[in-house]
Design a protein around this ligand. Structure first.
Ligand code: BGC
Length: 880
């Protein structure tokens, strides 16, 4: 069984086991600041605080909170902020409202809450947040460069009581103090439009410093910047109050490390013979070091990296090793992923061990690297000849399943190679599983496809000479990402990068950051990432501040598209419904996404109370819709565009079809899929995202299920039948030099459908952040059971259903302080009754007794409908 990011049932069971009934609410858990647990630096002012109240009582709500913030971790007495008792149900993103927060200081906080029955919780555990360097003048140093290693010795006369270091770099860096790497991030800093904004990291290094001699050192890699520059600010406070600042300047030494070459695409070369022991410690006297060069600042703005860093998160053990040629050893790690290998080898000094990476093998067992195009994906290591040497690269990553090792003296062992899975450390928060193994395998592809493509920006692929923040790829898998991983801080950062890249005319690039593939303004379907990810994030996290920050940006993007439109439709197109089986005309896709941009901007205007803008944008939507139907609906044949599936799916999903055209286009689509394609899709990346949800919500869940469970071309199952462990870029099986990555996440949009339409956990407009949830199980075809769950900011939501001999069992968890409308499907049965936890709830079409947490029950043609407050419920539906 391949490694998995989570086991929904195990998680849910563990969670339930710990939920012991108590009379009063437990202490608030999961304290966060700007979505992060104990961040070292945030610079959003005021920062916002979140927590999760806990209660075993169904329907529990928070009625009030009290927050204390202090500089002293030992006595959090509220000297910086004592909120007093604030009567509110809000516990997500509560803005700090105390004394002004000081740049570079750390604050400690705790919270207690009252529930709706007036019970007071105890105080939470103490959490903390650091305030970043808020002013340009807080950075006293200069940007420096020279070689790929920088160092500075300094001495400290006294006992260090606090020390915090801030490091900004363009290109990658690794920070070392007194001989040790600081922290456990890799490939820092996150990839941003460097000329506009560079992110800095902060570390508490109080315990890393000595009284006496110290050394701070940096290894630098070219990263996405293509060069190596860094800026350092180390603030030390000594016992007695004395302050010392160590900052980067011309007094630092610059030299060369044992890394002789590094490139994201090509790999890293390391010559252990060039190591200079002690170079990152005090008292070093090695040669070849010169004064660092002072450089102009490479950026306009510095911001705190308030998002999950990239880390090496999992180890992959090889499944098998073969030797297709003398001296060549090929390891199969069993899974396509992003990262590198840790290699162990020993041999004579000067031996060069070469490690190549690939997604594919030829039949003779050698590596097929044709689809990597220009990326050489090769790490080399020159042994120093001192017994067993262990090495792994610092400033590159590869997308691969197979590695080839050559140059190794003798025969390496199975455990000479270990895979290291490396990606942004977004916490796994949920998952999906079902009685249909194929769907579980697709879910595996979705999770691995997404994490392989989160390398501080959402990328298209992880292996070839690309790995860019392609905007369409990103928005297509963003909802699936949000159901499976905690993406709040990740997307908050990436949306800002899109805004940073936006041109004065409103155009946004096809890739963010804008890279060598992105010329001019984005294809309308690619630029759609800006409004759509913003809107999905608003729905998932209820974060109104995001809308405030980006409203102007998305409106300008809609204005830009409007300026390219005539009669409401947009001919401007570059890619359209990319990599389809059946082509859909570009002007049709562009017009759909111009509508989507205007529609999201109108909805955002509504939330923000900007009514004049809302009206103007709504008017624009009407004109686009009219123009669209006039131009693209073929009234004689009853279909949109050229009659492709994609040409029907997109206008239907985005609400562009006129009332009189909708029904015809829907039947046409059904016929297309069923009669012409034997229940296969023929859509490209854009329409694929919407096809299954659209069918499911128009009474055709069974057809959606049939499409999702196909195993011949074109289908997800076809990829799996052909050995895929991550999602392919193409529906077609191709392994040559043309464009055919085997780890693209864009078809991972199906992961959203698993949650919303099979497990059946849905958002309600106006219930953003899962304050209101709909549970609507997708009981269909041969599926015996399905379950989905994920951690919202308010707590876990779960829907797990199973057919029984006489009906259905449905387990539901509603997050704290939320309400749910739960549709218990009648499955065509008559005389249905519903019980909850063994207690009668509904019988003979009327209430059969009251159940804690349930506020209303009714029955319609298809379902028994239960309204309930937070808590864990198990319903049984029976009927004849
Ligand atoms: C990428 C895509 C991307 C596209 C633009 C490709 O090379 O890998 O996934 O969206 O270019 O059409």
């Amino acid at each position: 069984m391949p490694k998995s990011y989570c086991l929904p049932f195990a998680l849910a069971a563990a969670m339930l086991a710990s939920a012991q009934p108590v009379a009063t609410p437990n202490v608030p858990q999961n304290l966060r600041c700007e979505y992060l647990t104990n961040p070292e630096a945030v610079d959003a002012i005021p920062p916002r605080l979140s927590w999760q109240p806990v209660s075993a009582t169904r329907g529990a709500m928070q009625s009030a909170y009290s927050i204390l913030v202090s500089r002293d971790p030992a006595a959090v007495a509220g000297d910086t902020w004592d909120s007093g008792r604030v009567a509110t149900s809000q516990f997500v993103n509560v803005p700090y409202a105390g004394k002004p927060l000081e740049s570079g200081k750390t604050y400690y906080w705790k919270v207690r809450t009252w529930d709706n029955a007036g019970h007071e919780s105890g105080w939470s555990a103490v959490a903390r947040f650091g305030i970043g360097l808020l002013n340009k003048s807080d950075w006293k140093g200069q940007w420096i460069a020279g070689g790929n290693a920088l160092r500075k010795e300094f001495s400290v006369a006294g006992k260090v009581v606090s020390a915090k270091i801030y490091v900004a770099a363009a290109g990658y860096y690794e920070l070392r103090i007194n001989g040790h790497k600081v922290g456990n991030h890799v490939l820092d800093p996150s990839y941003t439009p460097f000329a506009k904004r560079i992110l800095y990291n902060a570390y508490d290094v109080t315990r890393a410093l000595n009284s006496g001699g110290n050394a701070v050192a940096l290894l630098l890699g070219e990263g996405w910047f293509g060069d190596r520059v860094a800026l350092v600010q180390l603030n030390i406070e000594l016992e007695g109050g004395k302050k010392i600042e160590i900052v980067s300047d011309g007094s630092w030494q610059a030299g060369r490390s044992a890394i002789t070459a590094d490139s994201i695409y090509n790999g890293e070369s390391y010559d252990a013979r060039l190591e200079q022991p002690g170079w990152d410690q005090a008292g070093f006297t090695g040669e070849g070091w010169n004064a660092a060069a002072v450089k102009p600042a490479p950026t306009q703005a510095l911001s705190a990296q308030a998002m999950p860093p990239i880390r090496a998160l999992m180890e992959m053990t090889p499944k098998r090793m073969t030797s297709p040629k003398p001296g060549m050893f090929v390891y199969d790690l069993g899974q396509n992923f992003s990262g590198w290998v840790r290699m162990r080898a020993s041999g004579p000094r000067g031996t060069v061990v070469k490690v190549r990476h690939s997604e594919l093998l030829y039949e003779d067992g050698t590596l097929n690297v044709e689809n990597l195009r220009g990326a050489r994906a090769t790490d080399t290591y020159t042994l120093k000849g001192e017994g067993e040497e262990v090495f792994e690269p610092h400033f590159t990553y590869h997308g691969f399943r197979y590695v080839e090792v050559t140059g190794c003296p003798g025969t390496p062992a199975m455990d000479s190679v270990q895979g290291r899975v490396v990606h942004s450390d977004v916490k796994p928060i949920g998952g999906f599983s079902s009685s249909k193994e194929l769907l579980n395998q697709i879910q595996h592809l979705v999770q691995w496809g997404i994490t392989s493509n989160l390398e501080s920006v959402p990328t298209d692929c992880n292996q070839r000479d690309e790995r860019m923040g392609w905007m369409a790829d990103a928005h297509l898998y963003s909802e699936a990402a949000m159901y499976n991983f905690d993406m709040a801080a990740f997307y908050t950062n990436w949306l800002r990068s899109i805004r940073d890249e936006q041109d004065a005319d409103g155009g946004v690039p096809d890739t963010t950051p804008r890279a060598r593939f992105a010329h001019g303004a984005a294809d309308p379907s690619w630029g759609a990432a800006y409004p759509l990810i913003l809107w999905y994030a608003y729905q998932q996290y209820g974060d109104r501040r995001l809308l405030e920050q980006h409203f102007d940006g998305i409106r300008k993007w809609s204005d830009f598209l409007w300026s390219k439109s005539t009669g409401g439709t947009t001919d401007f197109v570059k890619y359209g419904d990319w990599v389809p089986v059946d082509f859909t005309p570009g002007p049709l896709t562009s017009t759909v996404y111009s509508y989507a941009a205007a529609d999201v901007a109108a909805k955002a205007a509504h939330v923000l109370g900007k009514s004049a803008e809302e009206q103007a944008l709504r008017q624009r939507c009407t004109e686009i819709k009219d123009g669209f139907n006039k131009r693209f609906f073929n009234a004689a044949e009853g279909y949109f565009g050229n009659g492709s599936q994609g040409a029907q799916v997109l206008p239907l999903a985005y609400g562009l079809a006129d009332d009189k055209n909708r029904g015809r286009a829907q039947s046409y689509l059904w016929n297309q899929i069923v009669y012409h394609n034997n229940s296969h899709l023929t859509t490209g990346i854009l329409a694929t995202k919407h096809l299954l949800p659209l069918l499911s919500r128009n009474g055709n869940l069974d057809l959606a299920y049939d499409i999702a469970t196909k195993t011949d071309f074109p289908s997800w199952g076809y990829m799996i039948q052909n050995g895929a462990t991550t999602l392919w870029e193409l529906w077609q099986k191709r392994e040559g030099p043309s464009m055919n990555s085997h780890n693209h996440a864009m078809f991972g949009s199906i992961g959203g459908w698993f949650i919303t339409d099979l497990a059946g956990i849905q958002l309600v407009e106006g219930g953003e952040g899962y304050e209101k949830v709909v549970i609507r199980p997708g009981v269909t075809r041969e599926l015996k059971w399905a379950a989905g769950n994920f951690e919202t900011l308010r707590g876990k939501v779960l829907s797990s259903w199973r057919r029984t001999d006489d009906g259905l069992r449905l387990e539901v968890m509603v997050p704290f302080g939320s309400t749910a409308r739960i549709f218990v499907p009648k499955l065509g049965l008559h005389d249905v009754s519903v019980s909850e936890g063994g207690k009668p709830l509904w019988q003979d079409k009327k209430s059969a007794g009251s159940v804690e947490g349930v506020t209303a029950v009714s029955e319609n043609e298809d379902d028994v409908v239960v309204d309930a407050g937070s808590g864990h419920y198990t319903f049984h539906l029976k009927g004849l």
